[in-house]
Design a protein around this ligand. Structure first.
Ligand SMILES: Nc1ncnc2c1ncn2[C@@H]1O[C@H](COP(=O)(O)OP(=O)(O)O)[C@@H](O)[C@H]1O
Ligand SMILES: [Mg+2]
Length: 171
């Protein structure tokens, strides 16, 4: 749910529409099923310079995604890419673990910088309030700090040497 809220705040539409629903085991998130173009090679896509993939790198850095595998990329027949399975995100500790390292250490796009500035403001307002319904105060605060860090460096993050930076299995 929180990953969807951040995706919506970016305006990048990277996470399929997600809502909370009542169910037999209580409240849970329910996500729109995205029909994929299964002729797309996920390995090629994950290593490509598709703009949605570059945007997803920024989203993952913000949400601290510890599980961006190839199978969590959904290419649509229209040429868009959605991301799913954000079950291991928003840890207060840095845990970015992803297949998408092709922009590591490279400058963020001007578009990404603009979006991060907007996110920073939103985290003090509606977005921060909405996230507080799903995350701890510390997790929300750390999200703001990750946005700030990205804006300070102006760079895509580098893989850490302190934890496995690539998910296993990768697909
Ligand atoms: N919203 C969605 N639309 C289409 N396919 C999806 C969607 N969510 C998940 N999937 C497919 O189902 C697979 C398993 O879902 P996922 O959320 O990764 O479950 P798990 O937490 O068990 O790994 C994904 O890798 C993807 O192929
Ligand atoms: Mg999964």
């Amino acid at each position: 749910m929180s990953a969807y809220l951040v995706s919506e705040a970016t305006g990048w539409d990277l996470v399929p529409p997600t809502v909370l629903r009542d169910g037999p085991f209580g409240t849970g998130m329910c996500q729109l099923w995205v029909d994929v173009d299964d002729t797309v090679d996920l390995q090629d896509l994950a290593h490509s310079d598709h703009p949605d993939i570059q945007r997803m790198c920024v989203l993952d850095a913000v949400i601290n995604n510890a599980d961006r595998k190839g199978g969590h990329l959904l290419p649509t027949p229209e040429g868009r890419v959605y991301g799913v399975d954000h079950g291991v995100c928003f840890s207060a500790d840095d845990k970015l673990r992803t297949l998408l390292w092709q922009w590591r250490g490279l400058p963020l796009t001007p578009e990404a910088v603009e979006v991060l500035q907007k996110l920073q403001a939103d985290l003090y307002g509606d977005l921060g309030a909405a996230l507080s319904g799903h995350l701890t105060r510390r997790e929300v605060r750390r999200t703001g700090q990750r946005v700030e860090q990205l804006l300070l460096t102006g760079l895509h993050p580098m893989p850490s040497e302190d934890w496995p930076a690539i998910p296993w299995p990768p697909f």
